[in-house]
Design a protein around this ligand. Structure first.
Ligand code: 8OZ
Length: 363
């Protein structure tokens, strides 16, 4: 029997050739102006045999940036840069979604226009570090968004989706994970608002809901995915009842008829251990579309998860950094290159586009 991981999956009008997804991966290698350039084109094109590529987190606005040299989708040059990426991926038969990212409070004034404080649901500083021209520094104290201002941020998401469409992306993934803006609204540890965006779970889900409603005015709902990390504390995020919060968020996402739900199962980039009382399967059941599972999967676990129906798609992060031909290697059960941590963030071709394929190794 062919393992289902290696078989096609149709979502709406899009047929992915396999269920092996390239996870969104921050690499901090955009050119001046946070513009994707030739090096990035080469990197994504090398990985085009993935069933689906999800781009690295891409800021929707200058305000949405939290780290140096991450690409944007708010300026014309960025759209042009991304067009070269999507063209190269499509020329090789691949599919690529843009991950729409606003970091909220996980930023630094030096990355903001006129050195303004970053924005957040509430003025609570994240005890985490961000990467600036001065290296890693503590995140700045944010200011709370005014109620009337939230619509402007939602509109920034819509415009970025519009730019993603112009740039030739097949769809978009809303980054609602890892302690960034949408996650900050969802969780009661970072959202202490007294208006219609804070307090009850229903109110905390409102921002997510408004953003998703905006995205599906640009792309068909099946071309929109959403990523959550319900049990992760990455970037100092916390919630008193993640099952209730994310149960509501996922049920709402499902009502929009989105193409897929993407969950980080456990700690972002870390352990798959879950706190007591947490239940990924119960959350997955609240969503009608496809389920994309992430975090620490190896070949055997991925094959099992898809064969058993626990997941429809598996997102691989580190393995895709080190193996441009990951799909071939997993299909053939060939050995994998090991990722080199020191070249994950920033730099040039080294540790980015120079990992060998099986063919290159054999030659
Ligand atoms: C690692 C370093 C910087 C950003 C995420 C976008 O966690 C990120 C990220 C990861 O989603």
């Amino acid at each position: 029997m062919t393992d289902k991981l290696f078989t096609p999956l149709t979502i709406g009008t899009m047929t992915l050739p396999n269920r092996i997804v390239m996870a969104p991966l921050t690499r901090n290698r955009a050119a001046e102006g946070n513009v994707p350039h030739d090096l990035n084109v080469q990197y994504y094109a090398q990985r085009a045999t993935a069933g689906l590529i999800i781009s690295e987190g891409t800021q929707i606005s200058p305000e949405g940036q939290g780290y140096l040299a991450t690409p944007g989708l708010h300026a014309d040059e960025q759209v042009l840069g991304w067009r070269a990426v999507t063209d190269a991926v499509h020329a090789k038969g691949g599919h690529i979604f843009a991950q729409l990212w606003h970091v909220g409070r996980v930023s630094h004034a030096s990355l903001q226009k006129w050195e303004q404080p970053p924005v957040a649901p509430s003025a609570i500083t994240a005890r985490t570090q961000v990467f600036t021209t001065k290296g890693f520094v503590d995140a700045s104290a944010p200011r709370a968004l005014e109620t009337e201002e939230v619509a402007r941020v939602v509109e920034d998401y819509r415009k970025a989706a519009e730019n993603a469409r112009i740039a030739g992306f097949d769809g978009v993934e809303l980054h609602a994970a890892n302690g960034y803006l949408v996650d900050q609204f969802l969780r009661d540890g970072s959202n202490k608002r007294h208006d219609c965006y804070g307090g009850s779970v229903e109110n905390r889900v409102r921002f997510l809901s408004e953003v998703l409603a905006a995205l599906i005015t640009v792309f068909p709902a099946t071309r929109v995915g959403v990523r959550f990390s319900p049990f992760s504390n990455f970037a100092d995020i916390d919630d008193s009842n993640p099952m209730a919060t994310f149960g509501a968020a996922i049920a709402r996402a499902s009502e929009f008829g989105l193409g897929y739900l993407h969950l980080v199962e456990g700690q972002t980039g870390g352990t798959r251990d879950l706190p007591a009382g947490s239940d990924i399967r119960a959350l997955r059941k609240l969503f009608a579309g496809a389920y994309l599972a992430n975090n620490g999967y190896d070949r055997a676990a991925a094959i099992d998860a898809v064969n058993s129906g626990a997941a429809d798609l598996i997102a691989f992060g580190r393995p895709f950094i080190a193996n441009p031909d990951l799909v071939t290697r997993l299909t053939q059960n060939a050995p994998l290159n090991e990722p080199i941590q020191t070249t994950f963030y920033g730099g040039g071709a080294e540790g980015y586009t120079d990992y060998p394929t099986l063919d290159a190794k054999a030659a």
